[in-house]
Design a protein around this ligand. Structure first.
Ligand SMILES: [Zn+2]
Length: 117
């Protein structure tokens, strides 16, 4: 996979050209530069970029193990809607929907997931 920019395309940032559900628990994203990423719902949910989830992630871990309701049932989206030309809004089965996943965030998460394969 080369990273050479195509002068004919100009400065248009990479964007998803296709989203597909893969298996039970994953999202496959095909990007305009030909890269394909597969992300689990769990990874997407646990990296929700909204302010409330960011604060939650920065808290120190609890002293004793806690099983949160949303962890007892595997996360999966009930809706994925485009936001403008730059992001997707995921609505999750735990009712949470304030996370706006910009293409940059999705790309970064995809690259992290690809690196751990
Ligand atoms: Zn959130």
């Amino acid at each position: 996979m080369t990273n050479v920019s195509n002068p004919g395309v100009g400065n248009q940032p990479v964007h998803p050209v296709n989203l597909a559900v893969e298996g039970d628990d994953r999202l496959a994203i095909e990007w305009s530069d030909g890269v394909r990423h597969v992300l689990s719902w769990a990874k997407l949910r646990s990296n929700c970029p909204c302010a409330a989830c960011r604060v939650e992630r920065e808290k120190p871990p609890p002293l004793f193990p806690v099983l949160k309701l949303e962890e007892a049932q595997p996360p999966r989206p009930t809706a994925i809607e485009p936001v403008g030309r730059y992001a997707y809004q995921f609505t999750w089965n735990d009712g949470h929907s304030s996370g706006i996943y910009t293409f940059e965030v999705l790309r970064l998460l995809g690259e992290q997931a690809a690196a751990t394969l």
